[in-house]
Design a protein around this ligand. Sequence first.
Ligand code: AMP
Ligand code: TRP
Length: 370
Amino acid sequence: MVTAGATGEVALTENPTAVGPTTRQRVFSGIQPSGNFHLGNYLGAIRNWVDQQADFDNIFCIVDLHALSLPTTRESLRANILGLANVLLASGLDPSQSIIFVQSDVREHTELCWLLSSVTQYGELRRMTQFKDKAGGKGEQVSAALLFYPVLQAADILLYDTNRVPVGEDQKQHIELTRDIGARFNARYGNTFVLPQPDIKTAGARVMSLEDPTRKMSKSDANPNATIALTDDADTIRRKIRRAVTDSGSEVLASPDKPALTNLLTMYSLLNGEPISVIEDRYVGKGYGAFKSDLAEVVVLSLAPIQSRLADLNANPEVARAILAEGAERARSRAVMKMSEVRDRMGVGPGWRPGALTKDDGLVHGERRD
Ligand code: AMP
Ligand code: TRP
């Protein structure tokens, strides 16, 4: 059973899957439409979204405004949004179970971002690891959006009374900051926001680069051999895995002194479902070559059905467009309600007008817009 408290906070008892749609926990996650979607994104995030979508009330957001924090162009952003929507659908996100939408279609995200910035400390933003990594070496030249990025992310999450945020390990700090921002707002203005939990799986949360197992596989890696893109064809996948960095020695083992093999074994295990120990046993005495060529086939076979659905979706862009338009409507109707509550709490918006009905006004905004 799940019961919702006054703040929308959900108390979970026992089995979260055994309850009706209105009482399911809310899941929200986002992904940037930038660069090439890779195996780390799939194993660390999307696959988990797909696997558990029947259990929750889900919202998945293509965060185009976040992608503006690094230089981009109109054409590539447009193409990446549709391309990513197709990847999400091809990977198994189902619009009958999940809202899928584009962040900039729901303007409440940017409004809430500004309002939350008033309860966010500059020092908190400056200390974020992702900011330090992405701003590293560029000094004062980086966009202010890169600094503000986690405030917009907090707005994404808090706007929908989110309970769980399924992400890869790299986003943990941003979810913790979201909780701090929400808690500070609640303390100052009264209970308004649900404080979300990060949902990070132990396996796959950090898929590492094929070229350097001390760095995570990343969309922004300049070296294409470091990542396996979801769109790589079979021969490219085989070539990249064959040339992937390995550790000294020749035993196929996952251990702290074998970070490269640990990464490759994790991929193998997550994709074919066997425990790592079973895979290790199979390759005793066989060396890296045999293991890598089998791993390549596991990756090729796992991606094949996704790639074939992706080809169909890419050939019919109107399918994703219709799903995103409907998703935006559904997300907006929730966001509009929440924002009218937030404005009212903070004393902004039309509440100062004589006889103003703040809740109605929120709805008027929503209807007037499009
Ligand atoms: P991004 O590529 O930064 O837009 O991330 C989208 C989602 O994929 C987030 O939930 C990330 O935490 C996750 N993710 C990104 N890179 C990796 C990786 N190398 N391993 C596991 N998860 C990842
Ligand atoms: N910052 C996330 C990333 O780079 C993307 C993101 C934006 C997000 N808003 C979000 C993730 C809200 C979870 C919830 O991966």
